[in-house]
Design a protein. Sequence first.
Length: 601
Amino acid sequence: MPTSRSRSRSPKRAQEAPLSFLLPSIIDNPNGWGPPASAEGLEAFAALNQVPYAPFSRFDRIGKVADWSAPVTQVPDEQTNQRSSRRNFGQNNEAVGSGTASAFAFAFSNNELLDEASFSVVDRVPTAGSGAVRKLTNKNYQGSYGQKRGGVPAGNVATFSNRFKAGAQPTRGGYARRGGFGGRYNDKVTRLRDASIAVGIDWKVMEEIEFNRLGKLYFEVEDPEDLSSHGKCQFYDKAYDRITTKTEKRLNPTAASNFTTVNPTASADALLQTYAEQIGGRVVVASADVLAAIMCCGKSVYGWDVVVTKTDDRIVFDKREGGYFDFNTVNENATEPPVENETDSLNTPTFLAQESTQIFQNYAAQVLKTDVEPFMLKQESPFAPEVEAAGGMPLASGIQRYRRWDLGDNITLVARTALDAVVEGANNGEMSEILEENVLSTPVDTNNILFATTRCLNEFDSRAVGSGGAPDWRAKLDQQRGAVMVSEIKNNGNKLLRWTVESILSGADVMKIGFVSRSNVKDRTKHGVLAGMTVKPNEFVGQMNFAPGVGWGILRAIVDLIYGWDDGKYVMVKDANKPILRIYSVPSNFGATAVVEEEAA
C-alpha cells in the first residue's frame, strides 16, 4: 500500500495593495523668510507655538532628566530687566546658551509660578550649615542688613517705602556695618515744606530764576546818602559782653512788653512815600529787612514772599503782615533742620520761630541801660504820633534812618533802615553829618558814640532732632566760642547774613550778638543769657563768604526785570522746597481781598 505523504501547503497570500507615497505640503513664502502671513501658513505653524525655545550650544553640559538641585530662575519683570541691562551692559557677551547650567533648566514667568503653586517635590540635596549665615542672624543684626546704619528691616520693605514716600529716609545708606552702598554720601533728609503763600489759579508766572544764576551777578554801589534820621536810642550795657556760662543772667520774659515795636511795610510808611515823590524818576522803595532778604535769597531755604507794586516809574517792595519777615527762623540751613512733629510739639519749626522771636525782642530790651539818658535826635519817630494816639506803650529804643542809593541808569533806591542802640566808644569822627547836626541831647560826646544793632542767637536742645549737630553751649561757649560761631553760621547762615546786611544798610558801626539758651530743655519759657560778642558788619560779612556786590547785583537784576513789565501787582515767591525764585503777576485787588476776609472773620 503506498504510503501517503502529506504536503504542507502555504495559505494563499492576499493580494497586497500597492504602496503609496504622498509628498507633504510645502508652505512657501515668496515674500521673504519665515512663515507666510496667510491663514494656511498660520494654521500650519500653530502647533509650534507650544514648543518652548531652548538655546543650545555644543559647550553646554548635558544634565539629568530631572535635576532637582538646579536652581529655578525667575524671569524678572520689564523694569528690573531694564535696570539690569543698563548695569551689566557689555559684561556678559557669551555664546548662545552658554549661561544655562542644564539643558533642562528653563525659566518660569510670574504667572506660571502661580499656576505651578500646587506642584511640589521632595528636595534631598543637603542644605548649607547654619554657620554660613551666623553673621547675619546675630542679635545685633537680626532681621536686617546693617539696620544700625540705616538698612531695611527684613520682611518690612513696605515700611521703608512708606517712610520714603512720606518724605523721610534713613540717615545712613547701605547694608553693611560700615555703611554699605553709598555710605554717608548725599544722605541729607528730604522733607516737603509748605509754601509761604498759596498760589492762586489766576496767577501768571512772569519769571522763574534759579539761585545758581543769581550767584554770578555783581554790582558795585557808592556810599548811600542820608535823607533824615528820627527817634532816640538808649545805651547798650557792656556788662552783657562780659557774661560767661558761670555768671549766666536770667532773661526777663516780659522785658519787651513795656515797649511797642513798630516795623511797618514800605507802603504804610508815609515818609518813605514822600521821599519817593520828591526824588522823581525811577524810584525803588523798600524797608531794610525786605531788601536784605532779596539780596541774601541765595542762602534761604524756607519759603517767603514779597509783594511788588509797579506804578509808572515807581516800584515798591512790601512784606505781608504776620509773614516770614516778622519771625526768626531756627536752624534753617542745618543738614537736618527741625521738622513738624505731632509727638514733639516743643521743637517744631513754628514753635521754635515764635520762641526765637520772643527771645530776640526781650533780649534787645534787656541789654539797654534804662537809668541813663538816651541819645535823642531833634526829629521824633514818624510812628510816635500813631502809637500815642492808640494809647499804647512807648516806642522801643531805635532810630529810623532814611537813606538813598544810586543803582545806576537813573534808578534810585530809597529805604528805611533802623539802629537799635548806641555804644560808648571812639568813632574817629566818622558820624554822619546829618546825624550829628540833628542831635538834640546826648550824655556822651558825639565822638565817643558808636551805633549798633542788637541781635540774638538761641539754643533749644543740642541733643534734639534738628539741632544741626551744634555743640552744647554751656560746655563749649567759654573755651571754644569760635567753634560755636562756626556751627551757627552753618546752621543759621541765612538769618545771620540777613542781620549783617541789615546792619550794613543802616550804617551800624557794630553788631551786638547775644547767646541765649533754655534753662531747661523741656521748657521754652525760661532762658538764660550765656554770653555776648561784638562784630563789625563789614568784616563779618566777609567771614560768611558773601560779597555785598553780589546782593546788589541780585537786587538790580530783579528791578530791571520788573521795569520791563506792565504796571500792576506782582508777588515774588521763594519756593519752599527748591532753590528757585518765581515772580507771579497777580490781580490788582490782591491784598485788599485778604483784608476784607480778615475783617469779615
